[in-house]
Design a protein around this ligand. Structure first.
Ligand code: 4AD
Ligand code: MG
Length: 480
């Protein structure tokens, strides 16, 4: 007796050897054809029962959502849509799913809105769409590790609880073990965190970068891949309060090396998905085409999902300085005609997602890497250019997504970094260890952060970031 997963069986040769399969019922037609899915692939396995040979009581329990154990032989399929099917000899209902209960859930086989599916996030992975998205998410995570491991990077784990604010933006979730009803107070009435668990103020990390830099100074090439947390009140289709970030950090890399790495890395993982996730991508591509039918013609995409992925592989990312980008945006039609919500008037303006998307989708029609941003709108750790106005920052912008990567060459000069920290009110006593790196064998180095969910969005074509992570955390929502 062999227990096999459906992914293997659908490509196997018919055989007299009995097989055992376990999975969940997707449909049961004519009291004869069970479509069984076990999550190993988007495809269902057709299991054929001769109802004369089975007890009616058992067959009654074969309903949508029920868990089954099926034994039988793999035979050539008579019907269309599959090469092989299972001629069932034994059938066991492992777990029933009562039709009256199922009716109230998204397991009910009909079109449900993505919003509705989100409300039942504990069941949505049993739908074709979420099965496909979550298999891709897993494959992409593997491809990311494979890329770095093949290229001599070491995986490091950065702390999740930390005392520092890596981005200096103050968007942190506090971690405390104090009794909120009765916290110890200082004389001035403020909370005394010296009496807290860590004897200081702590928060969930917003980025592992600063710690990754310390390891790059010893291991050369490192990367992190972990959860990060941002208490920013952005209720958009691109923001989560808890998301996963990949952060490589490399000693002796300058900004050009960093851009090369980002481009090569992104292309590798997209290529991997195309090669290893064909069935799921085919399904998601069709889903997207369906979804786009409800949009006006001019908002529909010119390319299918896989064409978009291949397009990224086949074209160089356009590299443009912030200053050039501002000139393009100033002269652009939506700016001239005041169609942008935030008009671009002068150098120094922070770019909004409408501007990023204009550059990528309308102007260059290609992924874009913007670099050398104004120092004022970027974090304290980025290397100051000779002009003393711009820093060696880079953002990778993607069609439909906007910013997918943010990174920079790091400020490696002790005095310059110290001055910048002072100017930006970053307390030296908290980051003495970060400054230390500039005292002991400092060197040019660079790195970036890729938002994993934004990558999964791009590859799966899902419009909302809440639909590419199992249990999204957003303002007002931490269900499950
Ligand atoms: O641009 P960010 O804030 O850069 C950093 O955190 C650097 N410390 C990274 C580094 O250089 N090591 O974030 C990096 C990426 C963004 O480009 C975006 O893809 C993603 O992380 N990201 C988010 N994804 C989902 N929800 C959010 N709230 C995100 N904020 C950033
Ligand atoms: Mg950024």
């Amino acid at each position: 007796m062999q227990t096999k997963v459906i992914k293997e069986l659908i490509h196997a040769e018919p055989s007299l050897h009995p097989v055992t399969i376990m999975g969940w019922v997707r449909s049961f037609r004519s009291n004869r054809f069970i479509a069984l899915n076990d999550g190993s692939t988007i495809k269902n396995l057709q299991c054929v029962v001769d109802f004369e040979n089975f007890e009616e009581e058992v067959l009654k329990k074969v309903t949508i959502g029920a868990a089954l154990k099926v034994e039988g032989t793999l035979v050539e399929s008579q019907g269309q849509g599959q090469d092989v099917e299972v001629q069932v000899s034994k059938l066991e209902v492992l777990g029933e799913a009562h039709p009256d209960d199922v009716k109230l859930t998204i397991l009910q086989p009909k079109r449900h809105s993505l919003e509705k599916l989100r409300e039942q996030a504990h069941l949505r992975v049993r739908t074709n769409t979420f099965g496909a998205v979550m298999r891709l998410r897993s494959k992409l995570a593997f491809a990311i590790h494979e890329y770095f491991q093949k290229n001599g990077f070491y995986y490091m784990h950065t702390p999740i609880i930390t005392g520092s604010d890596a981005e200096g933006a103050g968007e942190m979730f506090r971690v405390s073990a104090l009794d909120p009803k009765n916290p110890p107070l200082n004389e001035d009435g403020s909370v005394n965190y010296k009496e807290d668990f860590f004897e200081k103020e702590t928060n969930l990390t917003v980025s592992g970068q600063l710690e990754a830099e310390t390891y790059a100074m010893g291991l050369g090439k490192v990367y992190t891949f972990g959860p990060t947390f941002r208490a920013e009140n952005s209720n958009t289709s691109r923001h989560l309060a808890e998301f996963w970030m990949i952060e490589p950090e490399v000693a002796f890399y300058d900004l050009d090396d960093n851009m090369d790495l980002a481009e090569d890395f992104i292309k590798y993982v997209i290529q991997y998905a195309l090669e290893h996730c064909e069935d799921d991508l085919e399904f998601l591509e069709k889903r997207l085409l369906e979804e786009e039918k409800s949009k006006p013609q001019n908002e529909r995409s010119e390319m299918t999902l896989r064409e978009k992925l291949r397009f990224v592989l086949e074209n160089n990312f356009v590299r443009v300085s912030y200053t050039e980008a501002i000139e393009i945006l100033k002269r652009s039609k939506p700016n001239q005609k005041k169609k942008f919500k935030y008009l671009i008037e002068e150098w120094g303006a922070d770019l909004q997602s409408e501007h990023e998307r204009f550059l990528v989708e309308k102007h260059f029609k290609c992924p874009v890497i913007l670099f050398d941003y104004p120092a004022k709108i970027k974090a304290f750790y980025m290397r100051l250019n000779e002009d003393e106005k711009t820093v060696r920052a880079m953002d990778v912008l993607f069609p439909g997504i906007g910013e997918i990567v943010g990174g920079s060459q790091r400020e490696e000069r002790y005095e310059v970094l110290k001055q910048k920290m002072e100017a930006m009110d970053i307390p030296e006593e908290e980051l003495y260890w970060y400054l230390d790196l500039r005292k002991f064998g400092t060197c040019v180095h660079s790195g970036f952060g890729l938002g994993f969910e934004r990558l999964v969005q791009f590859v799966t074509g899902m419009g909302n970031i809440r639909d590419v992570i199992p249990y999204p955390r957003t303002p007002g929502n931490a269900e499950f």
